[in-house]
Design a protein around this ligand. Structure first.
Ligand SMILES: [Zn+2]
Length: 426
């Protein structure tokens, strides 16, 4: 995987002129990546110390950084680099995982892969800004921010999510959240549909995207969809549904009783087909379903959500479609939440840059997230060590401490060291 990253960085054209190119762009990219991968803001400082004391260091041993640039040099080298230059690295790793069969467990409705697309803000400031910041004015105050559309492959039964190439939302995409995210989804789908076999993907997205242009775009690129559909934003569809409720057999329902270990739950599925998405003659017709979970003894509602989909709905398929629609929360729990709150140090002090630094660093961070998932899916030694150390925090604490004091010429040797010292085999 590091070879792919290094190869991707090596293809970026040199933007500096003159002979003053002491540090390579590859070193700057790999060094920034190492901070995210190790989840350690001080990793490079410790490795510079080790280099002075011992004549070698782990940035070189583990990440192939030939000479560690200073934080300022990393910032200057990476700022002009368009993050789209690294998109191939995501797809190379995706292809590798797929070829080796590690994605077979990721299977949703009708054996499709579930891909969740979701916009999130990853930077906001009233002072710091760059050319690519989105500028908004509220109550005479100016705010600078960056948003990204995250694309992840998920599965209702899997703990991991596989991060795919992101799409950055640009200031040109529009003013409101809906416009911005729709433009970003359009670009992502048009560029990336070729990576998937026809009709082998089901796109999950939220209510903001559950509109005709996105549904048509996905169908045109031979992708299925399950999109959250709220009452407030879909008046025509829900009016029609209301009318149909009075017609015998037009809206179907099914109730499944389940014991959750403490009390009985009633899972009530409702569905109807061929509903208009909007109120004009050119409307697309879609299928609709909802899931409501109530506590059987008290009647208290525990969960409710509704979706539109292009899948045919019946007593069996409605259960799968609702399950997959529900799994979108994973993206928020396993994806966005992990990135924001579990040690990736996105706010590391490289600064914001003038051009692309902020988006390039987020791209490297997402690659680190993808590498961690890929290791957890494919590397038995990594799995064994992670399992033994139980929590994510302990694993990364140990990694930070070990690499501060000891030199490891390769990942193999570092993981073997942990494996042996923890006496996992015995
Ligand atoms: Zn900016």
């Amino acid at each position: 995987m590091l070879r792919e990253l290094k190869g991707g960085l090596a293809k970026i054209p040199e933007h500096r002129t003159g002979k003053n190119c002491v540090y390579a762009l590859e070193d700057a990219g790999l060094a920034a990546f190492s901070v995210f991968f190790m989840q350690s803001p001080s990793f490079l400082a410790h490795q510079r110390d080790m280099q002075r004391r011992k004549g070698h260091n782990n940035a070189e041993g583990l990440f192939g950084v030939e000479r560690i640039p200073s934080d300022g040099q990393i910032r200057n080298l990476l700022d002009p680099v368009d993050p789209a230059r690294l998109s191939e690295v995501f797809w190379a790793i995706y292809a590798g995982l797929k070829e080796e069969g590690y994605l077979e467990a990721f299977q949703g409705v009708e054996n499709t892969q579930l891909i969740s697309l979701d916009g999130t803000q990853y930077f906001a400031s009233q002072k710091v800004q760059c050319d690519n910041c989105r500028v908004t004015v509220r109550e005479e105050k100016t705010y600078y921010s960056h948003q990204v559309l995250l694309a992840v492959m998920c599965d209702p039964q899997q703990r991991q999510v596989v991060c795919l190439e992101p799409e950055f939302i640009t200031p040109q995409d529009g003013h409101d959240k809906q416009d911005c995210e729709q433009q970003a989804i359009k670009r992502w789908v048009k560029r990336n549909a070729r990576h998937f076999a026809p009709w082998k993907v089901t796109v999950l997205a939220d209510d903001l995207q559950a509109h005709q242009p996105i549904c048509e775009l996905l169908r045109a690129h031979r992708m299925h969809f399950i999109l959250t559909c709220k009452v407030e934003s879909h008046p025509t569809l829900y009016e029609e549904l209301e009318l149909l409720t009075g017609v015998a057999g037009a809206v179907s329902s099914r109730c499944v009783r389940q014991w959750n270990g403490r009390f009985h739950e009633e899972w009530i599925y409702q569905w109807a087909e061929h509903l208009p998405l909007r109120g004009d003659p050119k409307t697309l017709h879609v299928n609709w379903c909802a899931l409501t979970v109530v506590r059987a003894d008290t009647g208290a509602q525990l969960y409710h959500n509704a979706w539109i989909t292009d899948y045919a709905l019946n007593e069996t398929s409605v259960v799968t479609v609702a399950r997959d629609g529900r799994s979108r929360w994973k993206v928020e729990n396993e994806g966005i939440n992990v990135l924001k709150n579990h040690g990736y140090h996105f706010e590391h002090n490289y600064g914001h840059g003038q051009q692309h630094l902020s988006t390039l660093l987020l791209t490297l961070l997402l690659l680190a997230f993808l590498f961690h998932t890929a290791l957890a899916l494919s590397c038995t030694r990594y799995q064994a060590v992670r399992e033994e150390l139980a929590t994510r925090r302990t694993f990364f604490n140990d990694l930070r401490a070990l690499t501060r004091y000891l030199y490891f010429p390769s990942w193999q040797q570092l993981l073997n060291f942990m494996y042996q010292q923890l006496e996992i085999a015995s």
